[in-house]
Design a protein around this ligand. Structure first.
Ligand SMILES: Cc1ncc(COP(=O)(O)O)c(C=O)c1O
Length: 412
């Protein structure tokens, strides 16, 4: 057995991350001295409290009664007819607050409460994690501050109002790239100032250990459900698709399928408007290893080592890093990572609306675009696509792009 196969086996058997929080060469814990105690305490909390029967029972009840799990899988016959495939959608857009982010937010909010936190800080890009955090904090009765880049405040305005109504304080971040990366910097700065009383509720499978593991554990419910639902309704899919920003919905959907070696797993990153650095956020497809936000993973940085600005039409994919488990899955070749451009995602969004009556999030539209391309190369295949969220939040962006019919009329 070669080294990569041994690493994949270790991951499938639950032996990774190891005690140092590493997924093979990736992951770990790169934080300032002042945060070490908080991160270590969280690690202990994850090992003991998160796995306790009491917290698991509370989480299960909240997922069922409040989040609305299990979310369904929906056959998509019209998309299937267009693509020449059998298409199924895992409907995280039907979860409470409209995206998969809620699974993680309620899980971490319950953990924070069990750890005795007095307040929560969170960051958000597309706003979905901010809304999920605000809702989860209201549910468990903890005050919540959400950092959000100024650019994202403008392009995801409906979610800013939702967060405020749910009782959260939203702090626009004017430094750095004024998107998700700057928001995470600011949330970490806040956490450092009071690591004992503040809990940092991170929104993706990134950050110092144990966050990538914790977020994956909380999101793995998506894949467990989807795998059982596919077997019950049809059979295992031949390929599974999910969009990859930081990677939480993708790792959540993929994890249960890792051991099904015949099932192809495909992560779709934001190809943006071109292949130049700064024109996309395709971290795994175009990045290099390095440290950002507390872990060693694949990143987009320039020849001087400076983290590079990214671009995507979808705020939730606009991040120069990715979770370390994905970096390992790419290294060992278990998951293929491809890109979908802004234009492909917009076209896939329109197609899903027209054909299935479902408005997906722009993030999820990247997964649809990747699946569509794959279907054309594999006629008749059975596909499962993760619909990570709904597209209502994207209406201010979509208003800049006329619907497809109007676009083609204008071009004629
Ligand atoms: C609906 C939706 N899907 C996907 C993402 C990307 O995040 P992740 O890669 O962590 O799932 C986001 C992020 O905000 C989102 O809102």
């Amino acid at each position: 057995m070669n080294e990569n196969e041994a690493l994949l086996d270790a991951l499938i058997e639950g032996r990774l991350p190891d005690d140092a929080g590493r997924f093979g060469p990736f992951g770990g814990r790169y934080v300032p001295e002042t945060l070490m105690a908080a991160v270590t305490r969280l690690d202990e909390g994850v090992r003991t409290l998160l796995r306790s029967a009491e917290l698991q029972a509370r989480l299960e009840a909240e997922l069922r009664d409040w989040v609305g799990r299990p979310t369904p899988i929906t056959p998509a016959p019209a998309l299937g007819a267009r693509w020449g495939a059998e298409v199924w959608l895992k409907r995280e857009d039907l979860a409470h607050t409209g995206a998969h982010k809620i699974n993680n937010a309620i899980g971490q909010a319950l953990l924070a409460q069990a750890l005795g936190a007095r307040r929560i800080v969170a960051e958000t890009g597309a706003g979905q994690h901010g809304v999920a955090s605000a809702a989860a904090c209201a549910r468990v009765g903890l005050p919540c501050t959400v950092y959000m880049g100024e650019v994202d405040v403008a392009r995801q305005a409906p979610n800013v109002d939702r967060m405020r109504r749910l009782g959260a304080e939203v702090v626009p971040v004017t430094s750095g790239d004024r998107t998700l990366r700057a928001a995470i910097d600011e949330a970490i700065r806040d956490w450092v100032s009071d690591p004992a009383g503040t809990y940092y509720l991170i929104g993706s499978a990134i950050g110092p250990h144990p966050y990538p593991y914790l977020v994956r554990e909380l999101q793995a419910v998506i894949g467990r459900e989807a795998r059982a639902q596919m077997i019950e309704r049809a059979a295992l899919p031949e390929a599974v698709f999910a969009c990859v920003g930081g990677g939480s919905n993708a790792i959540g959907l993929f994890h249960a399928f890792l051991g099904d070696r015949d099932v192809r797993l495909v992560g779709v990153e934001a190809g943006g408007r071109g292949s130049g650095l700064g024109d996309h956020s395709a971290t795994l497809s175009a990045g290099r290893p390095g440290v950002l936000h507390g872990n060693y993973s694949m990143l987009l940085y320039d020849d001087d080592g400076l983290i590079h600005e990214t671009h995507s039409v979808s705020a939730g994919l606009d991040y120069p890093g990715v979770g370390p488990e994905h970096a390992l899955l790419k290294l060992v070749g278990r998951v293929d990572y491809v890109t979908a451009s802004d234009d492909e995602a917009l076209a896939a969004l329109d197609e899903c609306c027209e054909a299935e009556g479902i408005l997906p999030a722009l993030e999820s539209a990247h997964a649809l675009a990747g699946a569509r391309r794959w279907a054309q190369a594999h006629p008749g295949a059975r596909l499962l696509v993760g619909l990570s969220g709904r597209g209502d939040k994207d209406m201010p962006i979509l208003a800049q792009y006329p619907v497809r019919k109007e676009r083609s009329d204008a071009a004629a």
